[in-house]
Ligand binder design. Structure first.
Ligand SMILES: [Ca+2]
Length: 358
């Protein structure tokens, strides 16, 4: 029964053509290690430095009041810098994974972004990457966080559409190089589907992937043969039409492309758990590369703090130069046929993205 369910969903699971904007890898440059905060060294402050601070604050205040549009102007200045660099190295905190402390590679809460449709620069400022194709982001907006303060990133999925049908570019698919390649990594984010979300047959949520140097990150997606050059691990929400589990309204699965995948369109690793429309969930996905030639890769997932997948025998790779190299920021319905479309326009909100790894 398990295999039949898996095959049923996997056969329908993804368009048979490639995403058309694979992110160029040219910005995957190594940056200096900035993952360890500077140690704190208490020191005596001289009166000169204190007056310097006062003067600097005064200058900042005068600038603020002199330029009503300062936030946007300042932001534009920032983003113009960020748009030419994949990411600017900055001191980042560390977070714990059980008893292991991993450096933080990416963190984004979207609270500093102006509300409204996100521009490529603002998306890149938050999460990295180099894809400046405006149309990739035209379903993504910054909206207030309904939990009280700050913003979240919203992807709108129009009624009666899937990724490429009836036309255009619905949802979002971008590939974002990590600041550096790692052997194991965890991706955490909050996600909320709107309260009347139509689960339809299902769709994709962001995950991580790895490709060998020089290989386009779109390779282990879209029904392509990975040729052992990469793997991907995203999430899918799946509606009842995509599986045979009576009584289940929707299901979540980790959606894998790997050297041992059974379906051309990827395999589902079921969570035996469901999303609830209108409720914030916290997702954590961890991927640990296997030793080449051994079945010792780790594949773990949590939903709202509860372990839903715990595999220690996974095979992600058959070569040493495949590791964890990109975020796969995929949010769309599909599948490649209209049976994946929703009857209503729906939204998927994401916040508090964090990637740790080493
Ligand atoms: Ca936020």
């Amino acid at each position: 029964m398990f295999d039949r369910q898996k095959g049923s969903a996997a056969r329908r699971a993804e368009p048979s053509h490639a995403p058309d904007h694979p992110d160029a890898d040219h910005q995957d440059a190594e940056h200096p290690d900035s993952d360890h905060p500077h140690p704190s060294h208490p020191r005596r402050r001289s009166p000169v430095s204190r007056w310097g601070l006062v003067l600097a604050c005064s200058l900042l205040v005068s600038l603020v009041f002199a330029r009503p549009g300062w936030t946007e102007a300042t932001y534009s200045s920032l983003t113009s810098t960020f748009s030419t660099d994949a990411r600017t190295p900055k001191a980042a905190p560390t977070v714990g994974l059980g008893d292991v402390v991993e450096p933080t590679l990416v963190t984004a809460d979207f609270d500093a972004l102006p509300r409204g449709r996100v521009t490529p620069d603002r998306f890149i400022f938050s999460l990295g990457g180099s894809n400046n194709a405006r149309r990739e982001y035209d379903d993504t907006t910054v909206v207030p966080d309904d939990r009280g303060k700050g913003n979240v990133l919203r992807t709108t999925l129009d009624a009666h559409s899937v990724r490429r049908l009836p036309r255009g570019n619905n949802g979002i698919v971008v590939f974002i190089p990590l600041p550096r390649r790692v052997q194991h990594a965890c991706l955490t984010y909050d996600v909320k589907f709107d309260k009347s979300f139509d689960w339809s047959l299902g769709g994709k949520l962001p995950g991580l992937l790895g490709v060998a140097p020089g290989v386009l990150p779109a390779l282990p997606t879209g029904g392509h043969h990975t040729r052992n050059l990469g793997w991907s691990g995203r999430l899918m929400w799946l509606g009842p039409g995509a599986y045979a589990m009576p009584g289940r309204k929707n299901m979540v699965a980790t959606y894998m492309y790997s050297p041992e995948q059974e379906s051309q369109y990827g395999d589902n690793v079921w969570w035996n758990a469901s999303f609830v429309a209108g409720r914030w969930h916290t997702i954590k996905q961890c991927y640990g590369m296997n030793t080449v030639g051994q079945r010792d890769g780790t594949l773990r997932s949590w939903l709202d703090g509860r372990v839903v997948v715990d595999r220690t025998d996974y095979v992600f790779r058959t070569r040493e130069d495949v590791d964890i190299s990109h975020i796969s920021w995929s949010i769309f319905r599909g599948g490649h046929t209209m049976e994946w479309a929703g009857k209503r326009t729906g939204t998927v909100d994401i916040d508090n993205v964090r990637i740790t790894g080493s």
